[in-house]
Write a protein that binds this ligand. Structure first.
Ligand code: PLP
Ligand code: COI
Length: 366
């Protein structure tokens, strides 16, 4: 039991002996995939109006009981985060920028009219889950323990207003590569659908945004592509982001461009980390608007040499081909580019503890 700074709470731990054999776990860790296997424990913390956060428990991972009138089931009052714990080369365990996820979680909470969770509590909850389930962290290139903190409105009430009761939960899932194909670059489909409009919830990490992305994503898959790219809602012209990743464009003079955070794009922590790393490399990085027409023209003329997607799940993933209603274009050679590989290597080296952590991004777990 340890105190939760800022919340006056203590975690209660309910020991749970795994029902999974060592051999079965080893088989999962050897080939974890993404999001299909889960660890033995979960964290839950309750919030009620007037009482605030209480009953912090680390217990066996199990189904949660919800009243059929629970607000989350009707009005989608839900937010989540995604971050990873890495087994470092020296066998220690570390989280990458968990404080940044905690801060974004609270920004999402504000937008969805939910209570904020003290950042120290968010980080401690994640740390405690990693500690207790450390046997589930896979080793090796591209492998990590993916952590999914989330909050749901649990109050049984059908009126449309912010709920007065919530549950914060953290679950964990051993993870490998997000994209199954293993291809050197992914192909993307330019959607006619809109992900987020000005004044909407695009900058928040709420489940509703992802529900709305499922039809466009399914359309991309049906057409033989890996992911969908969304354009802005007003003009259907400016490139925003993928369903679950931000974008970077690389030009032949070594300049990088990433769409600016207009309020409709999720402010990615990987995006932000790469901005810092690229500037440190002496590269010129621009945050601005970039249109689909310009992307196509620049890819055609050779001015644009690389494009990559970035995010916690996808890390840094090159984009080789882009298809939309107006046809298809290839970026560079259609594979992975040099700067994409260089930036990915820099980021992964920090996450793995192979490079100096100059920015205080690594949080070691004992
Ligand atoms: N954009 C969207 C819509 C996402 O879901 C994600 C993933 O979390 C990202 C971008 C990348 O964010 P991050 O780098 O913080 O994982
Ligand atoms: C993440 O990268 O953490 C996300 O939440 C994206 C999702 C597509 C898995």
């Amino acid at each position: 039991m340890a105190s939760l700074a800022g919340a006056g709470l203590q975690f209660h731990t309910i020991a749970h002996h795994t029902s999974v054999s060592e051999d079965a776990r080893a088989a999962v860790l050897a080939n974890p995939g993404f999001g299909t296997h889960f660890t033995d424990h979960m964290v839950t913390i309750e919030w009620t109006d007037g009482r605030g956060w209480h009953d912090a428990v680390i217990g066996p991972r199990q189904p949660i009981a919800l009243d059929p009138a629970a607000a989350v089931l009707h009005y989608a009052q839900e937010i989540f985060e995604g971050l990873k714990a890495y087994k470092q080369t020296d066998a220690s365990i570390a989280l990458f920028r968990p404080e940044a996820n905690a801060a974004r979680f609270n920004q999402s909470a504000q937008r969805l009219a939910m209570p904020e969770l003290p950042e120290a509590v968010f980080v401690e909850a994640v740390e405690k889950l990693v500690q207790i389930d450390r046997a589930w962290i896979p080793d090796g290139e591209g492998a990590s323990l993916y952590l999914r903190p989330f909050m749901i409105a649990t109050e049984a009430f059908l009126g449309v207003r912010p709920a007065k009761q919530y549950k914060f939960i953290v679950i964990a899932s051993p993870a490998g590569y997000y994209f199954k194909s293993g291809a050197p670059a992914v192909s993307i489909w330019v959607s006619d659908y809109t992900r987020a409009a000005p004044g909407g919830t695009g900058a928040a990490k709420c489940g509703g945004n992802y529900a709305a992305s499922l039809v466009p994503q399914a359309e991309a898959i049906a057409r033989g592509h890996d992911q969908v790219v969304f354009l802005d809602a007003a003009e259907h012209k400016w490139i925003e982001e993928l369903g679950g990743m931000n974008l970077y464009f690389v030009f032949d003079d070594g300049t990088l461009l990433t769409p600016s955070l207009t309020g409709t794009i999720l402010p990615g922590i990987t995006r932000d980390s790469l901005l810092t790393l690229a500037r440190e490399e002496g590269l010129k990085v621009e945050e601005s608007r970039y249109s689909l027409d310009q992307w196509r023209a620049d890819a055609g003329s050779g001015k644009l040499v690389e494009t990559f997607a970035c995010g916690t799940a996808a890390v840094v993933t090159p984009i080789g081909k882009v298809t939309g209603r107006d046809g298809e274009f290839t970026i560079g050679s259609g594979g992975s580019g040099q700067l994409t590989q260089k930036l990915k290597a820099k980021l992964v080296a920090i996450q793995r503890g192979d490079a100096q952590d100059k920015h205080g991004w690594i949080r070691k777990i004992s």
